[in-house]
Design a protein around this ligand. Structure first.
Ligand code: LLP
Length: 424
């Protein structure tokens, strides 16, 4: 469910024609739908309401302040993985006492900043990090709230580069060591063990990994309580999948059905860190065709969005639906089969690498120079992972709300590209 739709062969974001936005703000352009953001956050809030969860929107998926403000105003908290993300959520007006802080390489400076801002919990990823947090907390004469990030050794069946909860990944600590680590925390007055954290991978399209992991988490919590810890939190991370192709993703209620009863029985509070589920289908990337060409027996659609804008196809072989903003043919229900009136094309960008593509062999209606093209489901890990490769200024971002729209990040200029270079 999202608020991007075609009406009379014209794409709209909520009540605003996409082509109008492209003309007004230029391309490439990120366009976000506020209604879709709120819809997805609401789905999670409702599905898990029984255990009054703390929903920590995962800032890494899209960290624009405009998006963070929408989340904050709708009652979401935040999951951060760096001092920079912590700074952003503060700037967005978040209550930092509900922020969780993960990441395998937190520096002393980042730990101090989080403690000074009353972070809800550090999701601690190694024993060495526990020592560092204890030392910083001691120097500030504070007690640091920690959750042990445990690796449950669960196969989430995601892309190799985005699976995190399997033994051998760099994240967290082996679940078999949980009790030993809990003893360490218990013996240190600078630390307080608040809970367990797990994140299994992303995106996840079945409930099984969560069902397996939550039982393991509840089991560990029971053991910790026997030792005298006041362990109240189970944080199951993020990872809920979205519809990139068709309707392959599960509703939030399906995940809640396997998670909520176990968390309730364990008498715990639940934290979740959804990113993609909230912002993924809330954003699209608009681009414009520069040229088309036929070479080597293939049709290439060369448009002005590239791998520096959206790296997911190049990096993970990710699939994003692509269709013109004013197509001559209605968008299909299935983009992965032959479409009458269409021809397979590689949708590529101007970057000097063969890996620079948004789609390969994709069935598309006839397109020509100047046509506006839409790459869907690009709100998560799109702009957030973009770069200046090939000295391409990063694109602008626009937030649509009903029939209104506003710029939430201006397009970078060529002057911006060299602004940080010194000593010349
Ligand atoms: N919590 C932790 C500890 C995480 O590592 C992640 C994502 C999340 C929450 C949010 O996961 P989500 O709900 O968004 O699935 N760049 C990749 C995805 C990397 C995910 C990294 N961690 C992509 O474009 O598919």
């Amino acid at each position: 469910m999202d608020f991007f739709h075609y009406k009379n062969r014209e794409l709209y974001c909520e009540d605003v024609p996409a082509a109008e936005l492209a003309a007004r703000y230029g391309t490439p352009l990120w366009v976000y739908s506020k209604k879709t953001l709120l819809h997805h956050l609401g789905q999670i809030q409702t599905a898990f309401a029984e255990v009054d969860p703390v929903i920590c929107y995962s800032v890494k998926s899209n960290s624009n302040l405009g998006i963070l403000k929408v989340m904050q105003q709708a009652g979401s908290s935040f999951d951060v993985v760096s001092g920079g993300e912590f700074y952003r959520v503060k700037a967005a007006g978040a209550d930092t006492s509900k922020v969780v802080f993960a990441g395998v390489g937190k520096t002393d400076e980042e730990i101090r900043f989080a403690l000074e801002n009353n972070v809800l919990m550090f999701n601690v990823e190694s024993e060495a990090e526990l020592d560092a947090i204890a030392a910083v907390a001691g120097s500030l004469q504070r007690v640091a709230p920690v959750a042990l990030r445990l690796n449950p050794d669960v196969d989430a069946k995601t892309h190799a580069k985005t699976t995190t909860g399997k033994k051998g990944n760099k994240f967290g600590m082996d679940i078999e060591r949980a009790e030993q680590l809990a003893d360490k925390v218990l013996s240190d007055s600078r630390l307080s063990l608040r809970g367990i954290h797990m994140h299994l991978g992303s995106p996840i399209l079945t409930t099984d990994p969560y069902a397996e992991a939550v039982v393991k988490a509840a089991d560990v919590v029971a053991k910790f309580r026997k030792k005298g810890h006041d362990t109240r939190w189970i944080n199951l991370g993020g990872g809920f999948g979205i519809n990139y192709r068709k309707q392959e993703a599960l509703p939030a209620s399906a995940f809640a059905a396997v998670i909520v009863p176990v968390v309730k029985a364990a008498g715990c509070r639940l934290a979740l860190e959804p990113g993609r589920f909230i912002v993924g289908n809330s954003g699209v990337l608009l681009s414009q065709v520069i040229y088309t060409k036929r070479e080597g027996g293939k049709l290439f659609v060369i448009q002005d969005a590239a791998m520096n804008d959206l790296v997911r196809p190049a990096m993970y072989d990710a699939f994003h639906r692509i269709w013109p903003a004013k197509p001559s043919i209605d968008p299909p229900a299935d983009y992965e089969v032959e479409i009458p009136g269409c021809e397979p094309a590689d949708v590529v960008g101007p970057i000097c690498e063969s890996g620079d593509y948004l789609a390969k062999g994709r069935w598309l209606p006839p397109m020509s120079r100047g046509d506006v093209v839409c790459t869907f489901s690009a709100g998560a890990y799109g702009m957030a992972m973009s770069s200046n490769y090939n000295s391409r200024p990063r694109a602008a971002e626009v937030l649509v709300d009903g029939n209104t729209h506003k710029l939430i990040r201006r397009r970078e200029t060529v002057e911006d590209l060299v602004a940080h270079e010194v000593g010349l």
